[in-house]
Design a protein around this ligand. Structure first.
Ligand code: ZN
Length: 150
């Protein structure tokens, strides 16, 4: 499937797959969320700390296909230092992109834009979505827990 992607996008995805950013486990992380995509065999764990309402120390570990692992790497770069609201906005934009909407000039999603070609391959959308679904779930859970403590 990788060979069917547009050349430039393919290069970006393969670069993140081969040289993943923010890869590695975080001990004593405020957020730890685990998930998998059984259709492809992708596995992922998301770690982060929280400063106020911002994500810090964003890390991923995982194994699986190039799309799943590269997405985690690209996403991690965008999440670092973002507020929970900005994280939710970014994830909504990525979901919309996968559903066929195009990004507009105000969307700053970094290398994640290289995933635009993936939406032509519905089975692969789940590989990409694993990371942001995990992050979305983790942030929701964290906020619920934080509210419960007040
Ligand atoms: Zn996959």
């Amino acid at each position: 499937m990788m060979e069917q992607l547009d050349g430039l996008y393919r290069e970006v995805i393969l670069d993140h797959f081969k040289n993943p950013r923010n890869s590695g486990a975080l001990t004593d992380a405020a957020i730890r969320e685990e998930g998998s995509n059984p259709l492809c065999g992708d596995e992922m764990i998301f770690f982060a700390n929280v400063d106020g309402d911002r994500l810090t120390d964003v890390r991923f570990t995982g194994k699986g296909c190039a799309i799943s692992q590269a997405t985690a790497s690209m996403l991690s770069e965008q999440l670092e230092g973002k507020t929970f609201d900005d994280v939710a906005r970014l994830i909504n934009r990525m979901k919309a992109l996968m559903q066929g909407q195009d990004l507009d000039a105000s969307d700053d999603v970094g290398d994640l834009e290289s995933l635009a070609g993936v939406r032509k391959f519905p089975v692969r959308i789940k590989c990409a979505a694993l990371s942001w679904n995990l992050v979305e779930q983790a942030v929701q859970q964290y906020r619920e827990d934080a509210n419960g403590r007040h």
